[in-house]
Design a protein around this ligand. Structure first.
Ligand SMILES: [Mg+2]
Length: 183
């Protein structure tokens, strides 16, 4: 855990100019996943989606109900879920209900690029043909930047303060610090 935080800080510093671009440039952002079908994803063959904040609020076991039709609209792409919380219930949900979407369990969590590299390997694609969609600059986005994979930063992640106040507050704080340091 501590070495992962140290690695994240090192990588965020190394890529601070690129990360600042995500905070400042609307074309590198997605307010929520609802906008994804309208984005011009020229040359992109695979989408690597984060779970928490992107498909549902933190700790949920399934995507939000109104996100499912969005995932359906994205079936022209190879779709992968890369979450730092690969709970069995989540994996089972996708295997049972959305089997075209592969849930990838990485050896080392983001910001280590292992999971993205694994997807590049199984999808047989180049970094420029993949797009990471993540609400955390210091994990998913910096991992993508580090290995030359394109990324969109989700700027208005799904939050459910009533069901998960402590965890959500922690992540709100983390996102606030990320923006503060990079803005
Ligand atoms: Mg997330």
């Amino acid at each position: 855990m501590l070495s992962r935080i140290g690695y994240s800080i090192k990588k965020c510093w190394q890529h601070r100019l690129a990360l600042r671009g995500f905070v400042r440039k609307p074309e590198l952002q997605l307010s929520t996943i609802y906008q994804l079908p309208e984005v011009n994803l020229d040359g992109v063959k695979a989408l690597i989606l984060d779970f928490d904040g992107v498909l549902a609020a933190h700790g949920e076991l399934t995507p939000k109900a109104d996100v499912i039709p969005i995932l359906d609209q994205l079936q022209g792409y190879k779709l992968y879920i890369l979450s730092n919380k690969p709970m069995p219930e989540r994996q089972e949900y996708f295997a049972k209900h959305l089997p075209a979407i592969k849930f990838v369990k990485a050896t080392r969590k983001k910001p280590y690029p292992d999971g993205i590299q694994e997807i590049l390997r199984i999808a047989e694609l180049e970094p420029s043909q993949c797009m990471v969609i993540d609400d955390r600059l210091a994990t998913g986005v910096v991992a993508a930047v580090d290995i030359g994979v394109r990324a969109l930063w989700v700027s208005q992640p799904f939050i459910n303060l009533s069901s998960n106040r402590l965890v959500e507050s922690w992540f709100i704080l983390l996102r606030f610090v990320e923006r503060l340091l990079l803005a």
